[in-house]
Design a protein around this ligand. Structure first.
Ligand code: PGA
Length: 243
């Protein structure tokens, strides 16, 4: 089975450009063994969902609220996303942790809400450069994982995205040794703490069509989460095909 390629469009693209991008991707990947998830901005979820009806791709969102409904002006619940036929949702992307002050406890609530709504949460974790330089990265990721995942997840399917903050949008990726070490560490922590759940662990941070092949060749890597390079059909199609 192909490894999963998740596109995080972030706050980019209006409907017409997003639809054109999905159509281009569909043409390039038709009949190929790929697992593709597209996470557009909320405003074009519906249009992109329509455009990819026959593509075999899955729709994802970039965030959700931790409650199912209520007086939370401007927020979007996981049930609303499921209503738009989303199947995945990012939770705790580092840009949300940074710009919206999302704590791991909030991320855990979002992930639980996603599971209640029948979505697969993609829980993001990652350390900043200072922590890495001080050799605190393994301990930090372990505590982020434990705090970002609630123990009562039933048998839910969950994806963990390891995205070192110093590698996001910087053109600098973690090297293969660093990725392998961290992914193995994450899998060990998950097995010890959440043995009933099935997890996949994907890597993100400056993944491009030039480095995806070597990253995806690692046994410990179950897929990639791609920002910048997911905005071009040619590069993202290549990544989805394994680099
Ligand atoms: P990038 O973003 O590929 O542009 O580094 C990845 C992400 O933030 O998910």
């Amino acid at each position: 089975m192909a490894k999963i390629a998740i596109a995080n469009w972030k706050m980019n693209l209006l409907a017409a450009d997003g639809v054109a991008l999905v159509q281009d991707l569909t043409t390039r990947l038709k009949g190929r063994d790929v697992e593709v998830v597209i996470c557009p901005p909320f405003t074009i979820l519906s249009a992109i969902g329509q455009a990819m009806r026959d593509s075999g791709f899955s729709l994802g969102a970039q965030d959700c609220h931790g409650e199912d409904k209520g007086a939370y002006t401007g927020d979007i619940s996981a049930k609303m996303l499921a209503d738009l036929r989303c199947y995945f949702v990012l939770a705790g992307h580092s840009e949300r942790r940074m710009y919206h002050h999302e704590s791991s406890e909030m991320v855990a609530k979002k992930a639980a809400a996603a599971i209640r709504a029948g979505l697969v949460p993609i829980i993001c974790v990652g350390e900043d450069l200072k922590v890495r330089d001080e050799n605190g990265h393994l301990a930090l990721i372990e505590s982020q994982l434990k705090a970002s995942i609630t123990p009562d997840l039933d048998m839910a399917e969950i994806i963990i995205a390891y995205e070192p903050i110093w590698a996001i949008g910087t053109g600098r990726t973690a090297n293969l040794t660093e990725i392998t070490e961290m992914h193995q560490h994450i899998k060990t922590v998950l097995q010890q703490n959440f043995p009933a759940n099935s997890f996949r662990v994907v890597y993100g941070g400056s993944v491009t069509d030039a480095n995806a092949e070597e990253i995806l060749s690692l046994d410990a890597v179950d897929g990639v989460l791609v920002g910048g390079a997911s905005l071009k059909a040619e590069s993202f199609a290549k990544i989805a095909l394994g680099g």
